[in-house]
Design a protein around this ligand. Structure first.
Ligand code: S3P
Length: 455
């Protein structure tokens, strides 16, 4: 099998992770020409779900292409502390114990979910459903993030969940049998939907979650693959509890949200084209392609195919003259993780780009409206934050020093900005890139970035 991450090169994926973790600041230099082809690591959302569902299946689940990022490692460690077992084969495949949900037991210490909102919210739903008592905590970013959005509906199902003013640590008090629920989510959140569905697996009766807009459906697809009767569409997901999960094979596609940095990078700096292979193109995830094409980006989706329950393709991008647009609000949810790098595309584009309806960005790993507006302004871009988005008057990006504020996607987005800046961009606090994309730096360098890290 070809390596999951990277074009042919001497460094192993583990080696890349170590290099990325050691680099706390980056220098991104202009004047690079990108080209060739590459692969990005496995999808973070799907990897979390594969670990969580694999841990509770009645027969072994084999996971291929799992993301070895810090977020997923935290989920795996937490599951191991709860009693789940995972074996890793020589070629990196993971095989879960396959002994059912009964193996999970209350742990003797708080579970550290690291930087990961997905890990914490999905784990909360699972443990509430199983009635396993536990405390969930996380790093300085995660403990500031809102958790009532999952605790509220889980309480309505019968769970007893304590928070600190709506934020972590989350304490799940065990031994509460849950009832199915009919829940209309106020925000379109796949994390909330998934937490409720995971609880609903072990609740009595029907659980139905409806969403006001499209959110990613990886949980629904994976449950179906593992033999759980579930019906779902763009509006709702319905399961009947209690349910049991069978075993099977989960092939994790490359993460579209990691590919996004190379998609924009290629539009800015790949005159001969850049090919990104084996990327998940689930329709709930690829809003960025639509937005960038509206801006004049030359992006082709080639060799679209199915990989288990998920669609994948290769993505070819060519340097393009981008034009600012008003981003249609229906494309915000399917592009929600891509706004840091989309703001960079807007800064490089001619004219004005306006984003509205994206207030969810205020409660991600950082307040991404504020963090990105600060970073872009620091390199001379006219970027004006608004309560629910940003107005960017694009054209030129200067050089300067910025901080990612510990946000992995801000760090990578600003590295992309450096490709077409007028001077060097120095990016501080890049260590958290390892949460989602260990190996970004060497992979970007091989694609042609002039990017250096230092401690
Ligand atoms: C995710 C869902 C999204 C996304 C996050 C991953 C998931 O969050 O921003 O990075 O894996 O379910 P919300 O569900 O809160 O919108």
């Amino acid at each position: 099998r070809s390596p999951r991450s990277g074009a042919a090169g001497p460094m192993s994926q583990a080696g890349e992770a170590i290099v990325a973790a050691a680099n706390e600041r980056w220098l991104s230099r202009p004047g690079a020409t990108l080209g060739g082809e590459l692969q990005v690591p496995g999808d973070k959302s799907i990897s979390h779900r594969a670990l969580l569902l694999g841990a509770i299946a009645d027969a072994p689940v084999v996971i291929r292409g799992l993301l070895e990022g810090e977020d997923c490692r935290a989920t795996r460690r937490a599951l191991a502390a709860l009693g789940a077992t995972f074996e890793t084969s020589a070629d990196g495949e993971i095989r879960t114990g396959g002994r059912g949900a009964g193996v999970l037991r209350s742990p003797d210490h708080p579970l550290d979910m690291g930087n990961s909102g997905t890990g914490m919210r999905l784990m909360c739903g699972l443990l509430a459903g199983l009635g396993v008592a536990a405390e969930l905590t996380g790093d300085e970013s995660l403990v500031k993030r809102p958790m009532e959005r999952v605790a509220g509906p889980l309480r309505a199902m019968g769970a007893d969940i304590r928070t600190r003013d709506g934020r972590p640590p989350l304490r799940i008090v065990g031994d509460r049998p849950l009832q199915g629920i009919d829940y209309a989510m106020p925000v379109a959140s796949a994390q909330v939907k998934s937490a409720i569905l995971l609880a609903g697996l072990f609740a009595r009766g029907r659980t139905r979650v409806t969403q006001p807009a499209l959110s990613r459906d990886h949980t629904e697809r994976m449950l179906s693959t593992l033999g759980v009767p579930i019906s779902f569409d763009e509006k709702e997901a319905v399961i009947e509890g209690p349910a049991r999960l069978g075993g099977g094979l989960i092939d994790v596609p490359g993460d579209f949200s990691s590919a996004a940095f190379f998609i924009v990078a290629g539009l800015l700096a790949a005159p001969g084209g850049l090919l990104i292979r084996n990327v998940g193109i689930n329709p709930t995830r690829v809003g960025l392609v639509d937005i960038l094409q509206r801006m004049g980006g030359r992006i082709d989706i080639v060799a679209a195919r199915e990989m288990g329950a998920e669609p994948v393709a290769d993505i070819r991008v060519m340097r393009s003259d981008l034009q600012g647009i008003d981003v249609p609000e229906h494309l915000v949810a399917p592009a929600i993780d891509e706004f840091p790098v989309l703001f960079v595309a807007a800064a490089a584009a001619a004219g004005r780009t306006r984003v509205t309806g994206a207030e969810e960005l205020r409660v991600t790993e950082t307040d991404r409206i504020a963090t990105m507006a600060d970073a872009l302004c620091a390199v001379g871009v006219d970027a004006r934050p608004t309560p629910d988005g940003m107005i960017v008057n694009g054209g030129t990006i200067g050089g300067g020093a910025v901080t990612s504020a510990g946000d992995h996607r801000v760090a990578m987005a600003m590295a992309v900005a450096g490709l077409v800046a007028q001077g060097e961009i120095e990016i501080a606090d890049t260590r958290n890139v390892a949460t989602s994309f260990p190996g970004f730096l060497p992979l970007a360098t091989r694609a042609g970035f002039r990017l250096e890290g230092s401690a």
